[in-house]
Design a protein around this ligand. Structure first.
Ligand SMILES: Nc1nc2c(ncn2[C@@H]2O[C@H](COP(=O)(O)OP(=O)(O)OP(=O)(O)O)[C@@H](O)[C@H]2O)c(=O)[nH]1
Ligand SMILES: [Mg+2]
Length: 317
């Protein structure tokens, strides 16, 4: 049987192999992705982001149970933003969610990001499509909300959850800048610690400010703040209910359609810039010509702007 057919039939090994091929950037993966595409678009995408150690994986582990109780087949992609050598977060994710590892209806993978620009968005969105085609629904994507790419990944999900912990202090600045605008739902986890109420109030305030400044906000949806103690399952029913509320809100307001269009736009523009450079380089025989062009630029016989313009002009001719 072909890879595509196997994946669509939910063959776990075929799914795992495909994710590896994507990670290794194998050219064959693109061929399979082309054929898989028509089988995607059905899954509910749930993004969870927040500072390192805020409890994202513990929350995800609890949510997996909630969705399994509803008979859902759950996919989880945990993005590790650290260097490929540390493996620390990956290990933590595996331990946190290991009780689900023997469940055939739960698929958990960690993706290392290798630090290449745009690589995260591309490989994550490709991996999501594979799980989607294989029938996983919901698909939970865990990222550490540090870089632009991570924020972008979660911002492109259907429901974006931002996790904070009490006493964040300086963190609130980081949260205000960027992360706040993408939040559909805020979680104050580790509410067993001191200052949970204070953090909740600070978030409420930041939320009001951030929402006013943001143009990308969804009309008619007020992001709720849910307090949880993930390790003790406290607040998990409330969190699940808030997620369902947002999903229903999306269903009633063409939200899923809007998000599918947004992701299609991101996919297309990313692919054009990724593939574009390679194709342009081939067409212009850049590999052969580059040393001479670089020499001219370095010796100030030509400027890089004019060279780039003339190369582009040659392509457009
Ligand atoms: N006290 C307390 N500890 C918690 C709570 N939730 C998680 N923890 C602990 O916090 C630590 C980090 O939890 P993780 O779930 O791995 O956090 P994470 O955000 O996934 O971490 P990274 O993926 O490494 O960024 C673990 O030791 C958890 O047991 C909570 O509600 N209260
Ligand atoms: Mg984690």
């Amino acid at each position: 049987m072909e890879a595509v057919e196997k994946i669509v039939n939910g063959d776990v090994r075929a799914v795992a192999r495909m994710l590896r091929d994507i990670d290794d950037e194998r050219p064959e993966a693109t061929k399979t992705l082309k054929e898989l595409y028509q089988h995607t678009g059905g899954a509910y995408l749930l993004g969870i982001t927040g500072a390192p150690g805020s409890g994202k994986s513990t929350l995800t582990d609890q949510l997996i149970s909630q969705y399994r109780n509803q008979g859902k087949k759950v996919g989880v992609l945990a993005i590790d933003p650290t260097s490929p050598f540390s493996g620390g977060a990956i290990l933590g994710d595996r331990i946190r969610m290991q009780r689900h590892e023997t469940d055939r209806n739960v698929f958990i993978r960690s993706l290392a990001t290798r630090g290449n620009l745009g690589g995260l968005t591309r490989s994550t969105s490709d991996s999501i499509k594979v799980l989607d085609a294989a029938g996983y629904d919901p698909i939970i994507v865990e990222t550490v909300g540090v870089g632009q790419d991570e924020v972008e990944v979660v911002g492109a999900t259907d429901t974006a959850v931002v996790v904070v912990v009490p006493g964040l202090g300086d963190d609130i600045q980081a949260i205000k800048a960027g992360i706040m605008e993408i939040a559909d739902l805020l979680v104050v986890n580790k509410a067993d610690r001191e200052g949970a109420r204070k953090t909740e109030r600070e978030l409420q305030f930041a939320l009001e400010l951030g929402r006013k400044a943001s143009s990308d906000q969804e009309e008619g949806w007020q992001p709720p703040i849910v307090k949880t103690v993930a390790t003790k399952k406290q607040g998990l029913d409330e969190l699940y209910q808030a997620l369902e509320d947002h999903r229903n809100y999306l269903l009633e307001n063409d939200g899923f359609e809007k998000h599918r269009r947004r992701r299609a736009r991101i996919d297309l523009t990313k692919l054009i810039s990724d593939m574009g450079y390679q194709k342009i380089a081939e067409r212009l025989e850049l590999k052969k010509r580059l040393p001479e062009l670089v020499k001219q630029i370095a010796e100030r016989k030509a400027d890089p702007y004019s060279i780039a313009e003339s190369l582009i002009a040659q392509i457009l001719e």
